[in-house]
Write a protein that binds this ligand. Structure first.
Ligand SMILES: C[S@@+](CC[C@H](N)C(=O)[O-])C[C@H]1O[C@@H](n2cnc3c(N)ncnc32)[C@H](O)[C@@H]1O
Length: 269
């Protein structure tokens, strides 16, 4: 499994400066005092001020620093070294304090031994992880009793669809149950900039069924407070999505609805 994660890490390292310069990642908004979070997680997670928050797979820390700007005491981690370096320099430049840790998610217990009020993770994180049971155990391990876990993520069902040849509809393309062997993709550009020149184009990804995600969290010792399925998403998973307001996209009226994202709030028992 490590070799698959390593192939992806090399790509993530390359994507850091591309994403930091893209319109999708609102670095300038953050630099000018704003918060680069979406309304869904802001409303669903609620007030974080004064709480300790662990952000898993933080990329270059824009969301982590946004939670810190809202008053959370933030620790954030990612296995891409350039991502962690940029996060630290954004923190130093803006004076918004957060601790950034360079580690593979599965190795985090080797370098971090604390418990938090909140564990947070979002948008495009689970497909890079081969083992969801082990991920859920990491989530549970870092929560204080009564602490909150929150995830908002692309829906496992949505990931199975691809755009058809004339780019007008979705068609079922990928397995819902990936299993141990990852799906291998080779595509130009990146989700944040489809025209970007990227050298490392290959990714190895897993689609984790929603039932497995929920059951793994329960088995690890969490009580599910809600599981929401959303018809909007803050990026364009298909070229024909239409604007839904507030930075979100949705399917056009002539395509039957499908869940684009899910969010889970859970409590450590
Ligand atoms: C889509 S990005 C992060 C999502 C975040 N919401 C954002 O958009 O900034 C996924 C991140 O997961 C990290 N990642 C992937 N596999 C990982 C692993 N095994 N351990 C730690 N980080 C990992 C990547 O380096 C990347 O920064």
């Amino acid at each position: 499994m490590r070799e698959h994660m390593e192939i992806n890490r090399v790509r993530w390292d390359e994507l850091v400066p591309i994403h930091a310069g893209s319109d999708m990642y609102r670095v300038e908004l953050f630099r000018s005092g704003g918060v680069a979070l979406q309304s869904i997680e802001l409303e669903e997670l609620g007030d974080v001020s004064g709480k300790s928050l662990l952000h898993l797979q933080c990329h270059f820390g824009l969301d982590s620093l946004s939670w810190a700007r809202l008053g959370a005491k933030v620790t954030a981690m990612d296995y891409s070294e350039p991502a962690i370096e940029l996060a630290r320099s954004l923190s130093a430049e803006t004076g918004v304090e957060a601790r950034f840790i360079h580690s593979n998610l599965y190795d985090l217990p080797d370098v971090l031994n604390e418990k938090f009020d909140i564990v947070f993770t979002s948008y495009g994180v689970l497909c890079w992880l081969p083992d969801i049971k082990a991920w859920a155990e990491i989530v549970a391990r870092y929560l204080k009793p009564g602490g909150t876990f929150y995830i908002v993520e692309g829906h496992s069902f949505m990931w199975g669809f691809e755009t058809n040849a004339d780019k007008t509809r979705v068609e079922w393309t990928y397995p819902y149950f990936t299993g141990d062997e990852p799906l291998v993709f080779d595509a130009p550009g990146t989700y944040a900039d489809e025209h970007a020149e990227v050298q490392n184009t290959v990714t190895h990804e897993w689609n984790h069924p929603l039932g497995e995600i929920v059951t793994s969290l329960i088995d690890a010792g969490l009580r599910i407070d809600f599981l929401h399925e959303h018809q909007v998403i803050p990026w364009k998973p298909f070229p024909f999505v239409v604007e839904a307001g507030g930075g979100y996209y949705k399917l056009p009226y002539d395509i039957p609805s499908l869940p684009l994202m899910f969010s889970i709030k859970a409590t450590r028992v």
